[in-house]
Design a protein around this ligand. Structure first.
Ligand code: GLN
Length: 547
């Protein structure tokens, strides 16, 4: 099988949508009948994204095989409708770790191990393995950061080496930014020209340029970049800010981007099936009725700008469910720390919500605000979905107010509580004692059995599911009977009967907490049943709120 590789690098500045561009291109290539996979390269030294603060780096996405990755991997999964495995994610730390381990194992057979070629060789080995495992006709490889940065030099060198080895099957896209300075009033292409020159000096010539900007790129500018940078004019893709990220695949289609990529690889189009995608986009655009979903989180310390990135999969899952239900989700970011300070204000805000989500989280900051919000939702029948920490907080709230254990808590917050209704998993004690935090949470997909007739079971339809996890603490089984007697329904458990995976309560329009993260498996074309369940109940509540 012939594997083709398309590297996507960034020019001028980061954060202009390389991930979404890669995913959208992948979707359109797939629609033309080819098997596509995507790889994300993050140049930092961390071995994975799990140890990074989401405020700085955005959401930590979890793959089905238990890797903690950059959020772009989630974007690929959503657009490509496929599970992206661990081998498709690499960082400088991960690559070096392997090289050093192999050196220790004498795998280099006494040779002097050098930064070049051994590090790029390991990068290439990973790319080829990922491509092989996915049986991909086309592998998209997104190199994080921007060309010219010291950090991604070795990755670009690996890409260059791959092209030398295989000139016909390695191509390059640069996603660059073209500013429109208000004082000048026209789009400037010079920074992009410099970025391309920098790429040239790494021995790489781009085959395509995606010109990101606030507005569309006109013909003279395309002509200029084509002429100065040696890229065919029809390979210069104008990518102005889109109203919705879901418009990007069509924006590319209108410029024959995927078709031209196929031509570069000497591949023929085998169809163009975007029917389901178009139906989704159409339905999204025609859904007007607004449903308010409050997300009670805490990562608000560096300003509003980071919000949607921190909870990107949650945000996406809400949107998918909204489209499914023919409504438009209006997401309200609610700060749980504020709730702690002012409970009257909290109640007023929550009473205006049609549904509430408490997403995953760690540590004590803002946890009391989350618990208070959950109490409000339980008592006032506001549809509620708790994700991971959102389940644990729901169990704490239930124990405090239904079992009367005022000090009930998770030992993550209060190690000495007399009522540790959530406590550390047995297998995690050693990790914490040793300070071994990286990659050691209970991670990835695990099966879960559903209890017949419960809200969760009815939402899923089946009785056995698999969902992705990322947690160190769990519901304490010693409290299971008491909690159940007081009315908490344990509707999902691990097949060995150990982990409480889903809890819910009766006589409530929708109140479900999951130990796993359903948001990681929601996709535009296959929305997640629990988010759909929340949205259905929220639609009813919207009526109830008297709009
Ligand atoms: N902090 C909790 C735990 O480690 C919940 C984690 C999460 O929400 N992802 O178990």
């Amino acid at each position: 099988m012939k594997h083709n590789y398309l590297f996507i690098v960034g020019g001028v500045m980061s954060g202009v949508g390389k991930g979404t561009s890669s995913a959208a291109l992948g979707l359109t290539l797939k629609a033309k009948g080819y098997n596509v996979t995507a790889i994300k390269i993050d140049p930092y030294v961390n071995v994975d994204a799990g140890t990074m603060n989401p405020v700085e780096h955005g959401e930590v996405f979890v793959t089905v095989d238990g890797d903690e990755t950059d959020q772009d991997v989630g974007t690929y999964e959503r657009y490509l409708e496929t599970n992206i495995p661990k081998i498709n994610y690499m960082t400088t730390g991960r690559v070096y770790q392997t090289v050093i381990q192999r050196e220790r194992n004498l795998e280099y057979k006494g040779k002097c191990v050098e930064v070049v070629p051994h590090v790029p060789e390991e990068i290439i080995r990973r790319i080829e393995q990922a491509s092989e495992e996915a049986k991909a006709d086309i592998t998209l490889i997104e190199v994080g950061g921007t060309v010219g940065e010291y950090q991604n030099v070795l990755f670009l060198e690996a890409a260059r080496m791959m092209q030398v080895k295989n000139p016909k099957s390695v191509r390059f896209v640069i996603v660059s930014y073209l500013p429109v300075p208000p004082s000048v009033g026209e789009m400037k292409s010079k920074p992009t020209q410099y970025a391309i020159r920098t790429l040239n000096s790494a021995g790489i010539r781009p085959d395509f340029v995606i010109g990101r900007s606030t507005m569309a790129m006109d013909d003279p500018r395309k002509q200029k970049i084509a002429w100065i940078c040696g890229v065919p004019k029809e390979h210069i893709i104008s990518a102005p800010d889109a109203k919705s990220v879901y418009d990007i695949p069509d924006m590319f289609e209108d410029q024959d981007f995927a078709d031209n990529v196929l031509k570069c690889f000497k591949l023929k189009r085998k169809g163009n099936d975007l029917k389901r995608w178009h139906a989704f986009v159409k339905k999204m655009k025609s859904s007007k009725r607004e449903i308010k979903i409050g997300v009670v989180g805490k990562y608000f310390s560096t300003g509003d700008f980071v919000l949607s990135d921190v909870y990107i999969s949650v945000l996406e899952a809400i949107k998918h469910a909204a489209v499914d239900q023919g409504v438009k989700a209006k997401i309200e970011w609610l700060n749980s720390e504020e709730f702690e300070k002012n409970s009257t204000k909290m109640k007023k805000i929550l009473s205006q919500m049609d549904g509430v989500i408490v997403p995953g989280g760690f540590g004590s900051r803002g946890i009391e605000g989350k618990i208070a919000a959950i109490e409000y939702c339980r008592k006032n029948k506001v549809p509620y979905l708790g994700l991971c920490y959102g389940l644990q907080c729901a169990v704490i709230e239930f124990a405090r107010h239904k079992l009367g254990y005022k000090d009930a808590n998770t030992t993550e917050i209060d190690e000495k509580t007399k009522h540790p209704v959530v406590h550390i998993q047995e297998s995690q004690k050693e990790n914490v004692a040793k300070g071994s935090y990286g990659g050691t949470l209970r991670l990835g997909g695990y099966p879960c059995m559903l209890k017949k007739g419960t809200t969760a079971q009815k939402a899923y339809g089946g009785e056995m599911i698999s969902e992705r996890h990322r947690h160190r603490y769990e519901v304490n089984n010693e409290y299971r009977d008491e909690l159940e007697k007081a009315g908490l329904v344990i509707s999902g458990i691990s097949p060995d009967d150990h982990f409480v995976e889903i809890v819910e309560i009766k006589d409530h329009p929708f109140f479900v907490g999951t130990q796993f993260h359903p948001e990681f498996q929601s996709r535009p074309l296959t929305p997640h049943p629990l988010f759909v369940g929340l949205m259905k109940a929220a639609k009813q509540r919207d009526g109830g709120r008297g709009k």
